[in-house]
Ligand binder design. Sequence first.
Ligand SMILES: [Zn+2]
Length: 410
Amino acid sequence: MWLLYLEKYELTEREKYTRNEAENMKPIVTYSFYKDIFFTEFNLGFGRPKSDTCLICDRIATCLLNPNIQDDERDSLTREKELHLRKAESAYKLLSEKSKLAKTNPKYDVFTFDFQQNLPCPNLSLSDIFYTRLLWTYNFGVHDCSSDDGIMHIWSEHTAARGSSEVCSSLMKTVLERKRGEFLVFFSDGCGGQNKNKSMNFFCQKLVEMGIYKSVDHIFLQRGHTFLPNDRDFSSIELRKRKEMPLIPKEWIKIIKESRLSKSFIVKEMTQEDFQDFKKASDETIKSTWKSETGESIRYRDVMWFSYGQSEEIDETKPTEHKGQVWCRYTCSPFENWKKVPIFKRNQTATANVSLKYRQCLGVKAPKLRDLQALGKKKVLPEYAVEFYNSLTVMGEGVDNENDEDYDEQ
Ligand SMILES: [Zn+2]
């Protein structure tokens, strides 16, 4: 925002910023002054953008803008940025290498996965629904890199949440259906609530312990630097979305299927019976804090690569089996030594049964349900849609609607 202000009113200062000369900038309105006014005089808020920007790059750029920054602080930020860019680059290289491998070597299954932005219902013209809280449909996309199939798992917010258990359950369904190789590689971003958590650790270890794969690797990409094939899949749906007006969640199925012309997406409509409580299973079996076998504490947030089952040590070409341990790296470089971590509590394994997550309909929060049912009275919906919204129930007090916003890992 401040940069946009400079562009309009203090262009010469803005140009210094573009030339990486932030330290020479002397704007009339400084960043801190602008920020102060912006936060105290205006009541504006912004949602977190789904993609495109990298929070780490943004933070470093903002810190470097501070004209009073000390030399050593600037050096340390510059080093941090270089390291961060190198990490992003190696993750990108690994994704393209493994995608090629999936297409040429049938021993390797490579899947990338992500959530699309929530899809609203009813998707009417703005004037009819401007103040209405809409019902969300979730779309969890899995891209099979060997066939380039896009598999979309969809469900509505009154069916289930969008947290780690739902991610693992959807992956379990698709992996079991599509498995052809011995080695599995997953790529995703490192969103803590959904992709990088103990439920995922439990699920990947389970695939190995059940003998479905000899090894599973889960590699995290830096959002804003590397685009997953899922982003391309979702953009076809987003394009189609602008032309369509689904009134109830089921109508998204046909729209999603038909939104890629070259190769239709495969749509899986998820029901409550599909969702298992991986979070509960992992809470019961996996240690809350991790130490490597040499006693080093693992910085969970910094892990970029989890390896399950077997993997190569950096100085060996033959893989080593490590079923009792998860091996971790802080980078995507094959030259980093693995941290070897026994993650399970005493006498626990991932063979433990996973129970069903839902026993009853989740329902919809009361204010949202009121809004949706009021649309029926305004006569903007056809009868079948009115009936659908009238059939929804109110979410019970204290329902554990675990989702990405209120789930924090370590
Ligand atoms: Zn970045």
